[in-house]
Design a protein around this ligand. Sequence first.
Ligand code: UDX
Length: 429
Amino acid sequence: MKLAVIGTGYVGLTTGVCLAEIGHTVICVDNDIQKISSLKKNKIPIYEPDLEELLKKNVKNKHLSFSTSIKEAVKKSEVIFICVGTPPREDGSADLSYIETVASEIARDMDGYRLIVDKSTVPVETGEKVEMTIKRNLKKNLPFDVASNPEFLREGSAVYDTFNPDRVVIGVSSKKAENILREIYKPLNSKIVVTDIKSAEIIKHASNSFLATKISFINAVSNICERCGADVEKVAEGMGFDKRIGKTFLNAGIGFGGFCFPKDLEAFLWISQKLGYQFDLLKNVKEINENQKKNFIKKIEDTLWVMKGKTIGILGLAFKPNTDDMRFAPSIDIINKLQAEGAKIKAYDPKAVEKAKEILKNIIYCKNPYEVAKNSDCLVILTEWDEIRKIDLRKIKKLLKHPIIIDGRNIFEPTEMEKLGFIYKSMGR
Ligand code: UDX
């Protein structure tokens, strides 16, 4: 099918490339001229495994093209996916101005039936507003459908997730729209859940909020474990075998970050309140997440005592492994607080250093974990990159001023670390 994807951020670019790979002809649009010109040169602005190769392949075989013109995309395509940003506003609500602008532009360029699909994460009732905006901006009375098709891909495994979704959710108000979307996703052979538009919108916010709740729950449990000498890793393992609970998203640590969970949690809280429901559970989820960073800083303070003048080596800056994304990374608050207390910071991350440099100042950025360890008073682990899991601990011990590791992601075994002679502190054990 002939498809257009408006917005070439994480979701838009991955969606465009993957839809091209499964056989559709896709035109990806962005109003950022520089971004489009670099995409035309096969360069992607983010680190995402496999994405650049697939992009090159599909540009070469003419399944994929890029443009700055919504007009061109609307003329050439039957289905238009809206994948623009919905950034958080001061009050926690989602800023939907990009969605409105794109919807009205699409309407002005339409010359026949189009299916307009919202993939951006939006609060419930956005579909209605998109429909209203399109109706208001159509030059003449043309048929169209609006649908909601939320995206569940994770950064760092975006391509894999798009090809192997647990489910594809489509929120529609007509059989025609349902059939078109079923046809588009047919090659994935995935479970398809068909709902009304509002339910599909809520599925996205509720899923991310539920996952965030799971993380905050295990982090709360980790606090109990610490107080009584139990091991949260064992507790999570024992809980996770229960299929109703599941093993994933039970890793205790310094809490969730990234552009989705914090923002979607806020937005879901905001829309619940607007609809007259106080979703206090989510407020608590947020609070537990903030407190995890404070608990972690306290561990560093308790271990190092006076912070002023100490050198702290940081391993991992990105909000999670396999991404260079620094948005809402726990490392930002943690490093800012350590610096405010007078500590000097050395840091290493396999991919996120360039993006970190824009946000975190007065840091000595190192080329590898060993350079970070050299003459540092302690080592602090903030992201569980594979490369960091595999560091040569004996070498690290020799390089550190004192053999102290404070691990915010529980990547090492406490007994092993003790055997190696480290003062090792982790979360909830
Ligand atoms: C998330 C959702 O998983 C995805 O479905 C949605 O579309 C976008 O938001 P993403 O933000 O890329 O994806 O990362 P994810 O892997 O879900 O991790 C989010 C945060 O939770 C990270 O900071 C991670 O470190 C943290 N996390 C995750 C934990 O602290 N413990 C866990 O057990 C799992």
